[in-house]
Design a binder for this molecule. Sequence first.
Ligand code: AMP
Length: 217
Amino acid sequence: MKNIIFMSPPAAGKGTISDMLVESLGYIHISTGEILREEINSGSEFGKEINEIITSGGLVNDDIMVRLVRDKLSFNKDKPFILDGFPRTLNQAEMLNEIFLDLNINNILVAYLEINLDDALKRALGRVICPSCKKSYNIYYDDLKPKSTNICDDCKVELEKRSDDTEETFKVRFNTYLENASSIMDYYKDKKVFKKFNALSSPNEILENILKEVKND
Ligand code: AMP
């Protein structure tokens, strides 16, 4: 089974598909955004610095991110993983290649979930997340709404919006992502490990298409 580097602009539905992959095939899900948000919630000084960067829509320093990903991958050695939110710059992609060489990781699919700004913005503005289990819901889509208004179906706690899911910050994040993504995509196209998927297909359809690729060793 291939390891997955999951790329997409924000709010394309990467989190939802990752959850499905974890459930169906037992992948380890490494989301750099999630790790950073945990650090922020811990209240540490480092978390405060990160919070300023994230709420302005900027990117955290490459060296910090690379160290964090190296630690996670070393800790989960030999388990198939989904890397979500990393790499976000060409420099990160090149450093990730070094990590893969060091850890002897070579079976990779780079899956890109494609979406335009208008569709992604609608998803981001409707997105609410359970602070406890991190499950994501969307108030604008009937099949993604929680059963009771603003309450997690499983944990029964109140759902929250992400602080960076405002229209202004979202547009910055989206455009920053795309500016950096094209060189990363070229990098992986050259390595012949790159595949695009349509974010507007149903989650089951996307999952099925990705499964065909990850099982295709
Ligand atoms: P995400 O949950 O992937 O949308 O990430 C939320 C925010 O965390 C991003 O807008 C960045 O500020 C920061 N972040 C996440 N992953 C990275 C990364 N690989 N490099 C730099 N910053 C990141």
